[in-house]
Unconditional design. Structure first.
Length: 445
């Protein structure tokens, strides 16, 4: 079985395993009639976390849980994901309480304040919720909307304190000066009515709210959900895109399917599989991706005017952008991966193209005599010296017409456009090497 086939089979098994995995809460059984679902809110707040929490809330309803407890420890995340999770919390019929076990920064503070009751653990904090676009503060339109949302979830507490977590202009005596963002610890939160109490752990919250003897079900992330969240992080996703694009281009230019093609297939499979499973995108992005690949291949191997290639690039870029959590993040990942791809290709074609190691990577070694292979056309050395024209671009492989016969050839150097005069310089087995005739004439002058 070839390497590419093995990679494809492993990829299919892996993706099926991800899709078949469902997160299952596991808890100790109890004779109590009360049931509490403990749902961790940790790491970055993004669509993957929303998908996980949505499943957790559905499971809690199916089990007729009496309370959902959010165990919060997060640096924050994206606003759109935070808004969706907030809707889960405020529109849930089951009481939803929050325990801050570490930090509830930015969007984490927003979710903590959205809960029915909020308790904080020792050495914890909440706040610093300024909306940002990259490294810059978000525009006034976004800031105004975000401040309104923060005030809304803190309506029964202190909306002005919540707004001070968003706006540097707001000053609150004894808490924050103008020009600074507000972050409060557990003692300050209790003192100013932003938290209902301070407890040592979430069991303390259960004791305070009358659930001290309840059955506890800790709803943990499945391995596939953790993997999907890892894959969809911007850094990892950009690396996968870079490897996928570089491998694809190498395969197209070398007319083979070896290590580069396998890496490309695996990288794109992980990228799209992870984003689909995390809930960032639907299966329609695969259609745009495959359409883009087909169009690029047609442009590479069929004579054209660049239209197919342009459409392929647009379709390919659209699939990647729409797979991301938001358009801005998708464009950023695409830009970074293009830069990374250019660097990889520059290194690959500079140092490895003419090496034996490269020949093995693209599976060309079977055509080399010193490996014991003999081509089917070993008696056609009389072709050397014949001239003709390229019928397709040579990148470096393609098709040429030599004395009314179409044959597969490979250029001696790099790219040769369509309809260029060429000359056969070498025949080795089934490998026919050509050189652009103009170049040869210029060298002789």
């Amino acid at each position: 079985m070839k390497m590419g086939e093995r990679t494809l089979i492993l990829l299919i098994i892996f993706l099926l395993g991800i899709m078949a995995t469902v997160s299952n809460g596991a808890g100790a059984s109890s004779d109590s009639e009360q049931t509490v679902y403990v749902v961790p809110v940790e790491g970055n707040i993004e669509r993957g976390l929303y998908a996980f929490m949505n499943r957790a809330f559905e499971s809690a309803k199916e089990e007729n849980a009496d309370m959902i407890l959010l165990d919060i420890n997060t640096p924050g995340g994206t606003l759109d994901a935070a808004f969706d999770i907030k809707d889960l919390i405020v529109y849930e019929d089951i009481p939803v309480n929050a325990f801050v076990s570490g930090r509830a920064a930015s969007a984490g503070a927003f979710l903590a304040l959205a809960a029915d009751e909020l308790y904080m653990g020792p050495s914890t904090n909440m706040g610093a919720a300024e909306a940002r676009m990259g490294q810059e503060v978000a525009d006034e339109k976004v800031m105004s909307m975000w401040e309104s949302e923060m005030r809304s979830v803190a309506e029964d507490r202190d909306p002005e304190i919540a707004a001070a977590m968003v706006r540097r202009e707001i000053e609150i005596n004894g808490l924050v000066s103008q020009g600074e963002l507000l972050t409060i610890n557990e003692r300050e939160a209790k003192e100013h009515g932003m938290a209902d109490g301070v407890v040592s752990d979430y069991q303390g919250l259960l004791n305070k709210t009358g659930f001290d003897n309840a059955e506890i079900i800790e709803y943990d992330m499945a391995w596939a959900e953790r993997l999907a969240r890892f894959i969809t992080s911007p850094t990892v996703a950009s690396i996968l895109l870079t490897l996928g694009m570089a491998g694809l281009i190498i395969e197209i230019t070398t007319m083979g399917f070896g290590v580069a093609g396998s890496i490309s297939l695996l990288s794109f499979g992980l990228f799209f599989g992870g984003h689909i499973f995390a809930g960032f995108a639907g299966y329609e992005v695969l259609l745009f991706f495959l359409a883009g690949i087909v169009l690029l291949l047609l442009e590479a191997f069929v004579a054209g005017f660049g239209v197919l290639g342009l459409l392929g690039i647009v379709s390919f870029g659209f699939a990647i952008t729409m797979s991301a959590e938001n358009t801005q993040l998708g464009m950023m990942m695409l830009l970074y991966s293009i830069i990374g791809t250019v660097i990889i290709l520059a290194v690959a074609f500079r140092f490895f193209v003419k090496s034996r190691f490269w020949d093995r990577i693209i599976l060309r070694h079977q055509e080399e005599k010193d490996h014991g292979y003999v081509g089917t056309n070993t008696e056609h050395r009389e072709l050397v010296g014949l001239t003709g024209k390229t019928e397709t671009p040579l990148r470096p492989a393609g098709t040429a017409r030599i004395e009314y016969e179409r044959i597969d050839v490979v250029s001696e150097g790099g790219y040769i456009p369509q309809n260029k005069e060429i000359k056969i310089t070498e025949v080795e087995g089934s490998r026919i090497v050509v050189q652009e005739l103009i170049k040869e004439e210029e060298e002789g002058k």
